[in-house]
Design a binder for this molecule. Structure first.
Ligand SMILES: C[S@@+](CC[C@H](N)C(=O)[O-])C[C@H]1O[C@@H](n2cnc3c(N)ncnc32)[C@H](O)[C@@H]1O
Length: 307
């Protein structure tokens, strides 16, 4: 297995300790620990995620339009690839359309990256994994420079929603050349998003990094809150935090305490109205939307974009 490393395990461990200190855990830690990987795979393989799978299956039917220059090899770079299951649907369709594909899954989670690489290798796809921090514009450029244009960038499974989407989508657009494509999905805001705070699998996922350092759900309160991002109409987000109900000692080097009443902010997730999703891509990031697919339940939207 071939994995290029721009972000080391030691750097992630150091950042985790600092994030615990700052009481604010960024998105990458929710896929890093074995407990988190298990919790994420439970969610991504269950029925609530089926709208994403459906969009990636449907877009694969349009394989001819998913990469420019129909004769050449296409490099597929997936930012936040996870286990790469959706990426492989698309790659197989490109191959069936006669394209030669090189695959570059990019992720901060060593375990998920290994899953993506080994499954792609089993499917006889030429693969090089890249361990990088996709919240860093520099890492995005380094990862995209690992391959030659024409490139097809993938951002699947509402990965965009785990970051500030306004910043992240612009950084993604900056990596693209005229012959490149970006295929990106987003979750449409709907009532069920608000009920996720009661779903045991989602609660397990949200608490997994803290559970790994010894915090149990009954040590405090795990809260989900729905907010609107006032920078543009139709941008919704659900934030999550844990508030300790008693003094806790955390199982990380130095054994820091989380005193009673203190909060740790967990990762957040954006969802959008279809108009806000289009605005992000077309107006805010200046991309052209070449094709759009909405799942039959209306909960997932996917766009194929060029510069
Ligand atoms: C919502 S999951 C989507 C995974 C996959 N694309 C799918 O559709 O199943 C987000 C992915 O982004 C990765 N990720 C989160 N923050 C990251 C960061 N800062 N740098 C690199 N990868 C990150 C996670 O490890 C995870 O695999």
């Amino acid at each position: 297995m071939n994995i290029e490393v721009f972000l080391t395990e030691a750097e992630i461990a150091q950042e985790f300790a600092e994030s615990i200190e700052a009481r604010d855990l960024p998105e990458k830690f929710f896929y890093w620990f074995p407990r988190s990987v298990r919790a994420w795979l439970d969610i991504s393989q269950n029925s609530t995620a089926s709208c994403f799978r459906q969009c990636w299956e449907n877009v694969s039917d349009h394989a001819q339009n998913l990469a420019a220059n129909a004769d050449s090899t296409v490099s597929v770079i997936s930012f936040g690839s996870g286990d790469g299951a959706k990426d492989r649907l698309l790659i197989k369709a490109l191959e069936h359309a006669g394209r030669n594909v090189k695959y570059f899954p990019v992720d901060a989670s060593q375990t998920l990256l290994e899953l993506a690489c080994s499954a792609a290798e089993d499917a006889e796809i030429e693969t090089m994994g890249i361990k990088a921090d996709i919240s860093s514009p520099m890492h995005l450029v380094l990862a995209s420079d690992a391959a030659e244009s024409p490139k097809t960038f993938l951002v699947a499974g509402n990965t965009l929603g785990g970051f500030d989407p306004l910043d992240q989508v612009r950084h993604l657009a900056e990596c693209m050349h005229s012959s490149d494509r970006l295929i990106i999905d987003g979750e449409i805001f709907h009532e069920a998003v608000l009920a996720r705070g009661e779903d045991p699998a989602t609660r397990r996922f949200a608490l997994a990094p803290l559970a790994t350092v010894g915090v149990a759900e009954d040590d405090g309160e795990l809260r989900f809150e729905h907010k609107r991002d006032d920078r543009h109409n139709g941008l919704h987000l659900v934030t999550r935090f844990f508030r300790a109900d008693r003094d806790l000692t955390l199982g990380v080097p130095g054994e820091p305490t989380l005193p009673r009443g203190e909060r740790v902010f967990l990762n957040f997730r954006y969802t959008y109205t279809p108009e806000a999703f289009r605005w992000l891509l077309a107006k805010h990031a200046g991309l052209k939307i070449l094709e759009e697919i909405v799942s039959s339940d209306g909960y997932c939207i996917l766009a194929v974009c060029s510069r």
